[in-house]
Ligand binder design. Structure first.
Ligand SMILES: *[C@@H]1O[C@H](CO)[C@@H](O)[C@H](O)[C@H]1NC(C)=O
Ligand SMILES: *[C@@H]1O[C@H](CO)[C@@H](O)[C@H](O)[C@H]1NC(C)=O
Ligand SMILES: *[C@@H]1O[C@H](CO)[C@@H](O)[C@H](O)[C@H]1NC(C)=O
Ligand SMILES: *[C@@H]1O[C@H](CO)[C@@H](O)[C@H](O)[C@H]1NC(C)=O
Ligand SMILES: *[C@@H]1O[C@H](CO)[C@@H](O)[C@H](O)[C@H]1NC(C)=O
Ligand SMILES: *[C@@H]1O[C@H](CO)[C@@H](O)[C@H](O)[C@H]1NC(C)=O
Ligand SMILES: *[C@@H]1O[C@H](CO)[C@@H](O)[C@H](O)[C@H]1NC(C)=O
Ligand SMILES: *[C@@H]1O[C@H](CO)[C@@H](O)[C@H](O)[C@H]1NC(C)=O
Ligand SMILES: *[C@@H]1O[C@H](CO)[C@@H](O)[C@H](O)[C@H]1NC(C)=O
Length: 386
């Protein structure tokens, strides 16, 4: 194991597609899926959505976050409680306790993604002092959208380049815009009803100091190098990614700090809830106005049918790293023996670690910079495309 990792590090200084091996450092799956996440426990104060992100206690007792009989993690919007007019609906936002560093590959396998009118889910990553330290939006969609949208958010000076190799559709190229720099998935069934009907699929993200690339495979096309990856993963047969951000157009090493993973489902807010955007894929009864998204699906006189599809069903999330390391919340880089990172090997789900540790700052270099909320982003992209 150790020697394979050392060899991989030596090779990775060459071409991007040297036979780099990435060693498992963290697995979220099965009965231990929720062990190492932090529940937000606050209303949606970043995208002005009409949801209250509940505590772990409430999410567990309200069955908004649980592991189902198939061993899949369910994360959902509350569709059983009466919500009075002007109140918010309960939902879930969770963030990993651990951080991942450059040289990481994150694999996200889901059978179902939240979708429907008013619904806005995302699987994304962020630096500790977000919005500083960068943001990678791996999976995101709203309302009746059918294609997944990917984006980076960074400080000024970072762009997506149309000369990179990718299969998606490039949108806004300025990563410091309110929308971030965007790619839309070009393959079918990457979001919404189509994703679910196809049995879901897998999103994989490679992040190192030369590129950030995101791949999507619908269920029937998931390569065996992905589905059989356990203690390590080999990405050499993955082909062209859907999104590809390259270091020539963005200094990735200074734009991104160590990243935490985030899963959330909001409703309406600054993207899904903008009336003109809402109307693009959802039908409003009567005359649409700024309250349409809220009135139809958040409070209880609304159309509750739309909420039956507002859930994630996640088979697993696996994190691999070229150096075999993970950064814990205390700011310590820790070597992880891949066999101990396998969730099935530890009933508690907590990965034991071995090897040397050294303190590493969680924040990327450079002065603190801010960008607008990710919210209006999608709006701009929608206008660009439609
Ligand atoms: C949102 O609320 C959390 C918890 O109170 C707080 O830590 C955070 O600073 C708030 N964020 C914004 C953008 O207001
Ligand atoms: C959790 O549930 C309790 C009891 O219903 C409620 O008082 C509290 O506000 C809830 N907290 C959150 C964060 O939803
Ligand atoms: C991890 O390995 C990559 C090469 O794959 C290197 O660029 C990076 O600096 C390493 N990260 C740490 C924290 O050692
Ligand atoms: C991203 O694009 C660059 C430039 O075309 C290419 O060298 C690199 O291999 C691409 N990354 C992936 C993962 O395909
Ligand atoms: C990104 O684009 C802006 C505006 O065109 C430019 O000023 C900047 O130099 C670009 N950044 C890189 C790293 O190419
Ligand atoms: C929006 O329209 C609904 C009827 O569809 C109405 O009940 C509501 O008062 C309107 N809200 C605003 C802010 O105009
Ligand atoms: C209720 O929501 C469902 C699912 O989004 C939709 O098919 C149906 O047309 C909606 N009904 C009304 C009356 O808005
Ligand atoms: C509530 O959502 C679940 C899926 O999370 C669904 O199975 C159920 O049918 C929904 N309930 C209603 C009343 O639509
Ligand atoms: C771009 O970044 C600068 C700082 O780097 C910040 O002041 C500005 O608000 C950002 N612009 C947007 C649209 O987010």
């Amino acid at each position: 194991m150790k020697s394979a990792v050392l060899a991989a590090v030596a090779l990775s200084s060459g071409s991007a597609f040297a036979a780099t091996s990435y060693s498992l450092v963290k697995e979220y799956t099965g009965s231990s899926f929720f062990d190492d996440w932090v529940f937000y426990d606050n209303y949606d104060n970043t995208t002005s959505g009409d949801v209250e992100y509940v505590s772990q206690t409430n999410a567990t007792s309200g069955k908004l976050a649980y592991v189902n009989s198939n061993g899949a993690a369910i994360i959902k919007v509350d569709n059983t409680t009466y919500v009075p007019y002007n109140d918010k609906r309960d939902s879930v936002r969770i963030t990993t306790a651990d951080y991942f560093e450059p040289g990481s590959v994150i694999i996200f396998d889901a059978a179902h993604m939240p979708y429907g009118c008013s619904i806005w889910p995302s699987f994304w990553t962020k630096g500790q002092n977000w919005p500083d330290g960068g943001e990678i939006d791996i999976m995101e969609g709203i309302n009746g959208m059918t294609a997944n949208q990917m984006a980076l958010h960074t400080d000024a000076g970072c762009n997506a380049s149309s000369s990179a190799t990718f299969s998606g559709t490039i949108g806004e190229t300025n990563c410091n815009s309110s929308s971030g720099c965007q790619f839309s998935e070009a393959q079918s069934n990457s979001y919404g009803e189509g994703f679910a009907a196809a049995g879901g699929g897998v999103f994989a993200t490679l992040w190192d100091n030369t590129q950030i690339a995101i791949w999507f495979w619908t269920r029937s096309s998931v390569p065996s190098s992905v589905s059989s990856a356990t203690s390590s993963v080999d990405i050499s047969d993955w082909g062209t990614p859907s999104a590809n951000y390259t270091t020539g157009a963005c200094d990735l090493s200074t734009s991104f700090a160590a990243q935490q993973l985030v899963l959330d489902i909001t409703m309406c807010g600054t993207w899904a809830g903008v009336d003109t955007i809402y109307e693009e894929t959802c039908t409003v009864q009567g005359t649409a106005n700024a309250s349409s998204c809220y009135l139809q699906n958040v409070f209880d006189s609304g159309n509750q049918t739309a909420l039956a599809t507002a859930y994630f069903e996640i088979n697993y999330i696996k994190a691999f790293n070229a150096n075999g390391t993970i950064l814990t919340s205390s700011g310590t880089t820790t070597s992880v023996d891949a066999s101990s990172a396998l969730a099935s090997a530890t009933a508690s789900g907590s990965s034991s670690s071995s090897g040397s540790s050294s303190a590493v700052p969680l924040v990327a270099g450079g002065a603190a910079k801010m960008w607008g909320l990710a919210a209006s982003a999608g709006a701009l992209f929608a206008w660009t495309l439609m």
